[in-house]
Ligand binder design. Structure first.
Ligand code: BEZ
Ligand code: FE
Length: 642
């Protein structure tokens, strides 16, 4: 049973995209009307937007916030604040602007509304760090905690990638240290683990596309969670080291956090194995400290204190300062231990994880993914990175053997070798694995008002012979005569004129003409053009179910998994109508075989229709002895987007 104390820090949080539009409302909600607006000089565009929303509520502005919150800067801002009798502070920016806002609030007790543009998290903590005569001091007070935080994802979209990475890792550090804090509690644990998992997922996505709004939203949300952890429980070795390196050696804040975190984790790992296991799980890596290092490398983040400008000769003094005053930390702090940690961080070496195949595999995966870092097309980079990650994970999860992988390569080689201009075994493979249908679903997911699409299949031949409405496309082949009378309309049921409609099908034995070299010319395939009423009519024969070509590698695969190779009987259609999206689909014969086990997963309920048995006179007066069938259907096409 766990015994704990949980203290919540009440702030009002408004989260979303475009929430900057609500900042005036939030000021008024606090009963205020005279805003001192603080904004960093580099945020001119964002500040202009906040100013526009606040309008006449702004009585003064100050853009001189500086790193580590020097008291001289605070004094100047305080003069401005007092002179205009401001009754609320609105701050937009990163840690420095938030720091200045807090410094003013603790001196005046004025309420604060903060709009963060980075992931530092200080907007939800009651802690203020200030510098006086080059010395940094920290204090905590409820008056320091901002009343309202407006998180607007849009304000973070243009944060440069290197800053995004270091600021994101800074947030990760809050969550990591919260997990092994002596005053940790279960609520904070959950927030920390959620933050770690979200940051671990969002940063690689942003490295591929820095303006990805979903990843930005995830990261900002995680930064809030991590900031809340920082506000709730005490931090350990990592924060202490970063504080020392920033305060006494002038190293930049977020970059220092990024370099030190894997090393501080590695130092603490032997004393906090369960915490490291949970962090590793949240990050999806086998070992937390080295996984953290690999993540930073894959994001091209900084990995060495040397690169941040620290002199090697300063390491010993930094180690002494870091152990000078005791503070809670999972592993005892020894001068030698910390000196070793700092030496590793200075060199930028990878913290050693336990030697394991998993760790080696994870390193290999990251190495391959990192090799795509300079791919010019971001989409290609994303697809290649994800493909490699999933293939490596597949190999690992199934313990794939040499022989099995060799078999797979041989299978794919044979799949390629059997391909000819009229035999596409890779399409068959994609179809029988349901991938073609999956891509089709994603690409052509239309509204319920349009006819569903279905796979093209390998038997389509471009540019079939154009034939007049009402013709017979069966080329005299034997079979049950079929009268097709279909309409092409838009989504409002208006007929579409001049739609070019390609149709193709198998004969009654289940073969397409391209599979029958003895046939003379295209048969059971044609191109028709709709008239003013949107109608297409033609004679054909009833299509039969058929096996897909099963004499190659795909057939062997179906055999090996105990599947049959049959397609349910169907007629193929391709529509191209002016102003409308191309529709490729099939109509299936209701009551036909294999409707519920079509080998290419192509059947959709809305495409199963009656090919109704008939006898007697035909629609165009053609003489048919015995049974014939008719197919009536209306296809609805989607308009071209935009
Ligand atoms: C076809 O319907 O023509 C087809 C579709 C996928 C694989 C094989 C054949
Ligand atoms: Fe077919």
């Amino acid at each position: 049973m766990r015994t704990f104390v949980y203290t919540s820090r009440p702030s009002r949080v408004v989260f979303g995209a475009g929430t900057v539009g609500r900042v005036a409302e939030e000021v008024e909600r606090l009963g205020c009307s005279r805003v001192l607006l603080l904004a960093g000089p580099s945020l001119a565009g964002i500040a202009a937007r906040v100013r526009e929303v606040l309008g006449d509520l702004v009585v003064a502005e100050f853009d001189g916030a500086a790193m580590h919150t020097p008291v001289e800067v605070t004094a100047r801002a305080l003069d401005v604040l007092t002179e205009v009798s401001a009754d609320v502070i609105v701050a937009v920016g990163g840690g420095s602007t938030t720091g200045l806002s807090k410094a003013l609030a603790v001196r005046t007790d004025l309420p604060q509304v903060i709009l963060p543009t980075t992931y530092a998290g200080s907007e939800v903590t009651p802690v203020l760090g200030e510098t006086r005569d080059g010395r940094k001091t920290t204090r905590s007070s409820p008056a320091i905690l901002p009343e309202t935080v407006v998180y607007d994802v849009d304000l973070t979209l243009s944060l440069p990638l290197p800053l995004t990475v270091t600021s994101g890792i800074n947030a990760l550090a809050h969550a990591v240290e919260a997990l092994y804090a002596p005053d940790a509690d279960p609520v904070t644990d959950q927030q920390a683990l959620d933050a770690i998992a979200r940051i671990g997922r969002a940063l690689p996505r942003l490295a591929a596309d820095p303006a990805d709004p979903e990843a930005r939203s995830d990261l900002l949300y995680a930064a809030w969670l991590a900031g809340t952890c920082l506000a709730t429980v005490g931090m350990g070795l990592h924060h202490k080291l970063c504080h020392t390196l920033g305060g006494s050696f002038g190293l930049p804040h977020a970059e220092t956090h990024t370099v030190v975190l894997p090393h501080a984790m590695a130092y603490n790992a032997p004393a906090a194995p369960e915490t490291m296991r949970r962090i590793a799980e949240a990050l999806g890596v086998p070992d937390a400290p080295s996984g953290m290092y690999d993540l930073i490398v894959s994001l091209a983040g900084p990995t060495s204190l040397r690169d941040l400008g620290m002199a090697e000769s300063d390491l010993a003094r930094a180690a002494d300062l870091a152990v000078a005053t005791p503070y809670p930390n999972p592993r005892e702090l020894t001068a030698d231990g910390i000196a070793g940690l700092l030496a590793g961080a200075w060199r930028g070496s990878r913290p050693e994880g336990p030697p394991s195949t998993e760790a080696a595999l994870a390193r290999l995966t990251e190495e391959v993914v990192a090799s795509f870092a300079r791919t010019p097309d971001p989409r290609v980079r994303t697809l290649m990175s994800d493909l490699v990650r999933r293939l490596h994970a597949f190999v690992a999860a199934n313990d794939v053997t040499d022989a099995e992988w060799q078999y797979a390569i041989d299978f794919l080689t044979r799949t390629g070798q059997i391909c000819t201009p009229t035999r596409q075994e890779f399409v068959l493979l994609s179809d029988t694995l349901g991938i073609s249908s999956a891509v089709d679903l994603l690409t052509n997911s239309r509204t319920p008002h349009t006819t569903p699409s279905a796979v093209l299949g390998p038997f389509y031949v471009a540019g079939p012979p154009e034939t007049p409405l009402g013709s017979d496309i069966s080329g005299g082949l034997h079979g049950t005569p079929l009268w097709v009378d279909v309409r092409v309309t838009d989504t409002d049921a208006r007929p579409l004129k001049d739609a070019v409609v390609d149709v193709w099908q198998s004969n009654e034995d289940g073969f397409y003409d391209v599979q029958l070299p003895d046939l003379d010319g295209p048969v059971l395939r044609a191109r028709l053009r709709s008239g003013g009423d949107g109608r297409i009519t033609f004679w054909s024969i009833l299509p039969a179910h058929y096996p897909i070509p099963a004499d190659g590698p795909v057939g062997q695969m179906l055999d090996a998994v105990g599947r049959h190779p049959y397609r349910a009987p169907h007629l193929h259609f391709m529509f191209d109508a002016p102003g409308h999206r191309r529709l490729v689909t099939q109509l299936f014969v209701a009551g036909g075989a294999y409707l519920d086990s079509d080998t290419v997963f192509g059947v959709k309920d809305a495409l199963v229709v009656g090919f109704t048995p008939q006898s007697g006179p035909t629609p165009d007066g053609r003489r048919v002895d015995g049974e014939w069938r008719r197919l009536d259907y209306t296809f609805r096409l989607a308009p071209l987007a935009g």
